[in-house]
Design a protein around this ligand. Structure first.
Ligand SMILES: [Zn+2]
Length: 309
């Protein structure tokens, strides 16, 4: 049945692939912060045992250094004793009872629907976030295939969307934006432009990465001068650099405008309606990612939001 060679880049196939990738992204969203925090704790334990550095920085006495080194040793062995964890292992389990999910319970979307959102062993609720992330990733992949047609650009956009979904939810949960997600987005954008897989030229992608980083850096710098506190983190700069590399510098004004407008509305709502402290950091990554997705799908039309573009 003569399948066209590009059938695998059709919205249906990429949509189903997106569901499966979304299922993996749930694991990434849940485990990547844990893996990073383990790494940082191990680093901290190693620093505590570095008596020379502690002496140089704090000028601590010899007994004090020995005490810190003992604490570092204890911390290191606690971290080392943790059960092994990676993105691949162990297999998914119910967080309440430890029941290991059978393959059919782990099917994207269908597994959760068939179980009625409850663990088959202990009946504990399984968060609706899991099927939402899967459905969202599937829908974004299908939309990218539909928008870009059967082309290398469709594959590039799907890869970028997967990174954006993971980054947005991790930032929402932990206010971390891991380099492991933002740096590959910058690389993907630049390489795709270099290979002419996306309609963005290499100079536009490079300028996008540059201005994406430094426009937010400048905003954060000014904010720190005025308010004396850090309003944004470096992860946000790198995320916007990635979007600039993927979509070209021309997309940056619309992304910044859209994400700040939505972020400000939600932020004011949180402060007024929910008593969210004004100095409690509100993650900006989800808004940047959302603005980037909007620019990807509605790029030329969004340009009208910004006078002069
Ligand atoms: Zn259970």
């Amino acid at each position: 049945m003569g399948l066209a060679p590009d059938w695998w880049l059709s919205p249906w196939v990429l949509g189903v692939l997106g569901l499966a990738i979304g299922s993996f992204l749930n694991v990434v969203i849940h485990r990547l912060p844990q893996l990073l925090e383990r790494e940082w704790l191990a680093d901290a334990a190693a620093y505590l045992q570095d008596g020379e550095a502690i002496g140089r920085v704090l000028g601590s006495s010899e007994p004090r250094r020995a005490e810190l080194a003992r604490q570092g040793e204890a911390l290191a062995s606690e971290v080392a004793a943790l059960p092994a964890l990676s993105l691949a292992r162990p297999r998914s389990r119910c967080p309440h009872c430890g029941h290991q999910l059978a393959w059919h319970e782990n099917l994207p979307l269908l597994g959760w629907l068939r179980l009625g959102g409850r663990c088959s062993a202990c009946q504990a609720r399984i968060s609706v976030r899991y099927p939402v992330v899967e459905a969202l990733t599937g829908a974004l992949f299908a939309a990218a295939a539909w928008q870009a047609g059967p082309s290398a650009a469709a594959a590039v956009y799907c890869a970028a969307l997967a990174l954006l979904v993971a980054a947005a939810f991790i930032d929402l949960d932990t206010t971390l934006l891991p380099d492991d997600l933002t740096l590959p987005l910058i690389g993907l954008g630049l390489v795709a432009a270099w290979l002419r897989w996306t309609p963005v030229s290499l100079p536009d992608a490079a300028l996008g990465a540059f201005f994406g980083y430094f426009s937010l850096w400048a905003v954060a710098f000014a904010y720190r001068l005025v308010r004396g506190v850090q309003g944004m983190a470096e992860g946000d700069f790198k995320l916007l650099a990635g979007l600039g590399a993927l979509l070209g510098w021309q997309a940056l004004p619309a992304i910044i405008l859209l994400s700040s407008a939505v972020g400000a509305v939600v932020g004011i709502f949180m402060i007024v309606a929910r008593g969210h402290g004004r100095n409690v950091p509100i993650p900006f990554g989800p808004y940047l990612a959302g603005g980037g997705v909007a620019a990807l799908f509605f790029g030329t039309r969004l340009g009208g939001l910004w006078p002069g573009f």
